[in-house]
Design a protein around this ligand. Structure first.
Ligand SMILES: C[S@@+](CC[C@H](N)C(=O)[O-])C[C@H]1O[C@@H](n2cnc3c(N)ncnc32)[C@H](O)[C@@H]1O
Length: 274
């Protein structure tokens, strides 16, 4: 019975036009989640802290984003084979936290804007970026995605939301607001957690018991299945190019690409021009 009601709620969100959908919740920010992240903001960049798995995910997600942008031909050919292939591209990092992903994207030449709902985390991100004077193409801002998108429609060549959608209120609205910021033919990159028994076991039970993640980081109900994410993207005129499974080795702190998406996965989709 509960499953049927849940399916009906998900379906009815698809039926609603965008204008009504955005009235469905006042904000995509879940205050409880933000408070949870803020508890660990001070140690965000410390070696060996609980954010380590997120930091080491850069080994997969940075090349995934760089190569996705090269493959969709929106990078300037002049820079393609240089150390800064993303030169000239405007990139929005939504829910940037302390800036693990914003910094390397800026080092690849992108003009990066990192936004986060947490004031504390943006302060940490800014302080860390200040240590590297070469990061003058990186700006941070405290904002929810909906406030930001209302003033920045079709501005960005790429929007990135890595490990964020499973922490927001109203996921379909969150995606809709992210896509609003994208130029036609721009790319959206997401990483998140599937809603399966395996993900519950590894991303909640094992990760929290082993101290990989702080207790209460994830709520199973907010995990999202790849086909649901893909459908939400389609509803927002985005066509999925790639879905890859990602596997985290807790012992070596290494991530690898796998064909199985049953725990973590990454998505690259492109906004259609019409
Ligand atoms: C797990 S962290 C991911 C941080 C970063 N993307 C990374 O992978 O290193 C999730 C972040 O999303 C932010 N966040 C959650 N809901 C948000 C919203 N509606 N708008 C903007 N940021 C949000 C949180 O404050 C938190 O910093």
């Amino acid at each position: 019975m509960l499953k049927t009601i849940e399916k009906f709620i998900i379906k009815s969100k698809y039926i609603l036009p965008n204008s009504l959908r955005s009235l469905s919740t006042a904000t995509t920010i879940d205050e409880r989640e933000i408070k949870n992240f803020e508890k660990h903001s001070e140690s965000w960049w410390d070696q060996g802290n609980e954010g380590n798995a997120l930091h080491s995910m850069n080994f997969l997600r940075v090349p995934f984003i760089r190569d996705g942008l090269i493959d969709t031909c929106i990078v300037n050919e002049k820079y393609q084979d240089t150390a800064a292939p993303l030169t000239g591209l405007k990139i929005l990092d939504v829910g940037c936290g302390g800036g693990y992903l914003s910094e390397p994207l800026a080092r690849l030449g992108g003009k990066v804007v990192g936004i986060d709902a947490s004031n504390n985390l943006i302060t940490i991100a800014q302080e860390h970026a200040n240590k590297d004077k070469s990061l003058n193409n990186l700006t941070y801002m405290v904002s929810s995605i909906e406030d930001f998108s209302s003033k920045n429609q079709e501005v960005f060549d790429a929007v990135v939301a890595s490990e964020v959608i499973e922490h927001v209120n109203d996921q379909s609205r969150f995606l809709n607001e992210c896509v609003k910021c994208l130029k036609p033919e721009g790319s959206i990159f997401l990483t998140t957690i599937n809603k399966t028994l395996l993900s519950k076991l590894f991303a909640i039970c094992v990760a929290e018991t082993m101290g990989i993640l702080p207790v209460g980081t994830h709520e199973y109900d907010k995990f999202v299945e790849p086909h649901i994410l893909q459908r939400m993207l389609e509803d927002n005129n985005c066509c999925t190019r790639i879905i890859h499974g990602m596997f985290y080795n807790y012992i070596t702190n290494n991530w690898s690409w796998v064909s199985d998406t049953s725990i973590c996965y990454a998505v690259h989709a492109v906004k259609t021009s019409s």
